[in-house]
Design a protein around this ligand. Structure first.
Ligand code: SAH
Length: 241
């Protein structure tokens, strides 16, 4: 059975979100990436039927969200605060593209709680709110239009953090790779046929066979595929009628 471990060290904070739909979509965005800590600072309407609907199966994340009067209160127990911004702001807080900063977010979150703060849909974070941040991140965008929808910005940031937390995550194919013995029998068979057809030089068979081995080893053949290859080889060996 799979054990799902939720990351509770990273908190997503929405400052004065004005659309309940966005709040619900944010709950879903973070839940799908393995997070559940959502904080809302003065949401215009919460909870709301629209946010419930948009949260889909992440209703628990939405309903468990903490609600605060100001940013100060929401980040009170965070040792580090990262702000997000669509605009290039002339301020002294250091700014990085999110991908360049996620490893640092993950490293910091190992030791202490960290808040990732998102601004209101229309205006973004105020300068005072930006001043509360240790670092700013942005999602690189097209030149003409850099402002993503709030929930989409949260999705991208949560995804980047998730990938940094488990970069090796791959979908492991559910197939039985051919055994070493099966592969050896295949290479023998291949060599036999290539000698028969004259493609392989009998005086120097090693060079080509090594390259063919490298080729098929890269392909990671499964048992079925080796059988197909053996069948093809056998079909060459049958006398043509
Ligand atoms: N008009 C506002 C953007 C508000 S979008 C402005 O120019 O700042 C609402 C929030 O989504 C932003 O405050 C930010 O938290 C997030 N966001 C949107 N686009 C983003 C981007 N390209 N990079 C990082 N965060 C972004």
């Amino acid at each position: 059975m799979l054990k799902f471990v939720l990351n509770q060290k990273i908190q997503f904070v929405l400052v004065r979100p004005s659309h309940p739909g966005n709040i619900g979509a944010v709950a879903r965005a973070i839940a799908t990436m393995g997070f559940d800590q959502l904080a809302l600072v003065s949401p215009s309407e919460h909870p709301h039927p629209e946010s419930r609907a948009r949260s889909s199966a992440a209703l628990d994340v939405l309903l468990n969200a903490s609600v605060h009067n100001d940013l100060e209160d929401a980040i009170g127990d965070s040792g580090y605060v990262v702000g997000t911004t669509a605009r290039n702001r002339r301020i002294s807080v250091p700014v990085s593209p999110i991908r360049d900063f996620v490893d640092e977010i993950v490293r910091i979150s190992d030791k202490q709680k960290i808040s990732i703060v998102f601004g209101p849909e229309t205006s973004g974070l105020s300068n005072e709110e930006i001043d509360r941040c240790n670092h700013l991140v942005y999602i690189p965008s097209g030149e003409k239009y850099s402002s993503l929808n709030l929930a989409m910005a949260v999705q991208v940031v949560a995804y980047e953090i998730k990938m940094s937390l488990s970069p090796d995550e791959k979908i492991i194919p559910d197939r039985n790779l051919a055994s070493g013995q099966e592969m050896e029998l295949f290479y023998e068979h291949l060599k036999e046929v290539l000698l028969e057809t004259g493609f392989l030089n009998p005086r120097n068979p090693k060079q080509l066979m090594r390259r063919l081995r490298a080729l098929f080893n890269r392909a990671e053949l499964d048992e079925n595929e080796v059988n197909i290859m053996r069948g093809i080889l056998t079909s060459y060996q049958k006398p043509k009628e």
